[in-house]
Design a protein around this ligand. Structure first.
Ligand code: SF4
Length: 247
């Protein structure tokens, strides 16, 4: 089996007291490490993990908190790192468009890649209703904003697109498709429970602590209305009329 890729998300992985040791342990065992963080550790901390362990880092910039301080940390961390493979998810909170504009301008000036992200509040099939919380001006900004991360998802074997654009344009709909969740990805919860992907379609695959986990060997038929997590959207999916008609 090829060495896997691993992504640490949360919650907030960087508050774990032994997180650096965990990265050191994982590094020789995987081909690629990503961390998604809220940017609340110091610039020196991020510079150190970027240059010593990570292939990629995602900073989620939240506007509920002191976002200017966090943004300053992000810009300092990326500017002082040799590894500049960083992306900022600008978590667009409704009602704060001026702050969002300001943050995007600072990121552009700092030459740091960013992408606007609509906020998800709900956790069920109606996730997409969250878009109704934005006013027309905010929706327009989400749509016209140039995302500068590269395209990372292949659609219909020909078109490439960025996951964030798919969320905004509502093309993330794969109910009835065959999906490689579980073959290309696994999601391991804090308690050791394993699912194919963050969507949890197909239910638990067992637990790594009690020895019940079993690797899946087949793709799964998607049963969700929307595929809403960026980590899930770029998994391989194949349109299949037989499986679609059976749902
Ligand atoms: S929600 Fe997304 S990742 Fe999950 S099964 Fe459906 S298409 Fe695959």
């Amino acid at each position: 089996m090829n060495k896997p890729r691993i992504s640490f998300t949360g919650g907030e992985p960087c508050v774990h007291p032994k997180f650096t040791e965990l990265l050191e342990y994982a590094k020789p065992k995987v081909t690629w490490i990503n961390v998604t963080t809220n940017g609340t550790r110091t610039a020196e901390y991020y510079q150190s993990i970027l240059d010593n362990y990570l292939n990629h880092i995602v900073f989620s910039l939240h506007f509920e908190y002191d976002w200017k301080k966090v943004l300053e940390t992000i810009i300092r961390a990326v500017n002082s790192s040799v590894n500049k493979n960083a992306l900022v998810h600008v978590m667009m909170l409704p009602g704060l468009l001026n702050d969002v504009h300001d943050a995007c301008r600072r990121l552009l000036n700092g030459n740091i890649k960013y992408s606007l992200r609509p906020i998800r509040w709900t956790k069920k099939h109606d996730d997409f209703e969250d878009m109704n919380r934005y006013n027309e001006e905010e929706k327009k900004f989400l749509k016209i904003q140039n995302h500068n991360p590269p395209h990372n998802t292949l659609i219909d074997k020909t078109k490439t697109c960025n996951v964030n654009d798919m969320l905004i344009l509502k093309t993330n709909k794969f109910k009835g498709w065959l999906c490689n969740a579980g073959l290309e990805s696994l999601m391991i919860n804090w308690d050791g429970d394993v699912h194919r992907a963050t969507c949890r379609v197909g239910g638990s695959l067992g637990n790594i602590y009690n020895g019940t986990f079993q690797f899946p060997i087949d793709p799964i038929v998607c049963t969700r209305e929307w595929c809403t997590c960026a980590a899930d959207i770029n998994l391989t999916k194949i349109k299949n009329e037989n499986t679609q008609n059976n749902l």
